[in-house]
Design a protein around this ligand. Structure first.
Ligand code: AMP
Ligand code: ZN
Length: 307
């Protein structure tokens, strides 16, 4: 949390009483001007990557602050959207996530579709955790990525937008650099064009806004997101990299932006040159004979036989 503002602080934009401090930008805002700042950051991101209001957007909504803020701001900016939520089956956490999406959508009369991981993949996350020793966060990440891609096309959309913010993107970049993950670094971009007709464009319109800015926006807009963190993700390395960047940010405001924007300017995303082939099991595009989703399902089936 940034330190509180002095009582006589003025809004950088309109000179009225400021209530929100943005030390990383050396700016303070009143509530209306902060909302304008937030909307402008998203609008600029859309413009930079050529996404017009005419393009229908499928918004992946988890029920957390980022994806609900994203859905809200896209509607304020006049984009046509539909929400897509996957219920992952992580006990009470997933129930509360779905309830947060439902409440948000109902309050604003926004359309959305819900799927359950069990129904689309065959196993929910708790079952996957029981059957596999692999790191659950990376399995969950893989399934969310693949399923969101597939469902976007199934729902008739070409563009999938997710709520990843500046902290997520900078933290991911730091992790990829530390471990020299060149395949991941190649795809480190807020905008990934479609590599195949059966895969959507993926875009992260909040990549210029940090977690605290998203929190401020949610509280000003009356967005009741799920506060709880996923119970399976405690100690995840992605959180540790974000913490490390928060430490740097406190000492040197602007570090996160410096890291991410500097990297993006120098390293535009480059598409893979490996040709896609259809998965021999499910027909989805993949680089190998069988896709990562079918491979994971087979691994889980095998492990159930051992139980
Ligand atoms: P996470 O992987 O939890 O950091 O979430 C990153 C983004 O992925 C979120 O901002 C959402 O856009 C999307 N997302 C995460 N979980 C879900 C879910 N269960 N259903 C739909 N979208 C999700
Ligand atoms: Zn497959």
């Amino acid at each position: 949390m940034p330190p509180p503002l002095p009582p006589d602080a003025k809004c950088t934009r309109c000179r009225s009483q400021a209530t929100i401090r943005l030390p990383n930008h050396h700016m303070n805002f009143c509530p209306d001007c902060f909302t304008h700042f937030f909307q402008t950051a998203v609008h600029r991101a859309m413009k930079k990557y050529g996404i017009s209001r005419a393009t229908p957007l499928l918004v992946a909504v988890s029920g957390g602050k980022d994806s609900l803020a994203l859905w809200n701001v896209l509607n304020q900016l006049g984009h046509v959207t539909r929400g897509l939520h996957i219920s992952l089956g992580i006990d009470d956490f997933s129930e509360a996530s779905t309830a947060a999406v439902d409440r948000f959508a109902q309050e604003r009369s926004l359309p959305w579709t819900q799927y359950s991981l069990k129904e689309i993949f065959g196993y929910d996350l708790m079952e996957i955790k029981r059957r596999s020793r692999r790191r659950i966060c990376s399995l969950c990440g893989l399934l969310k990525r693949q399923m969101l891609n597939r469902l976007t096309i199934k729902e008739g959309f070409q563009v999938l937008v997710t709520g990843h913010n500046l902290d997520d993107e900078a933290g991911r970049l730091l992790g990829n650099l530390v471990y020299h993950r060149s395949e991941h670094l190649r795809k480190q971009s807020p905008f990934l064009p479609t590599p195949h007709g059966k895969m959507p464009i993926r875009f992260k319109p909040l990549y210029r806004l940090d977690a605290q800015e998203v929190r401020n926006y949610c509280s000003l807009q009356g967005i009741h997101s799920l506060e709880a963190a996923c119970p399976l993700s405690r100690g995840a390395t992605s959180h540790i990299f974000q913490e490390a960047l928060n430490l740097l940010e406190r000492e040197m405001p602007g570090t996160k932006r410096q890291l991410l924007y500097g990297y993006l300017e120098r390293h535009p995303a480059s598409p893979s040159t490996i040709p896609f082939v259809p998965c021999t099991i499910c027909g989805e595009p993949t680089y190998e004979d069988t896709c990562s989703v079918c491979n994971l399902r087979r691994h889980l089936e095998k492990n159930s036989a051992k139980e």
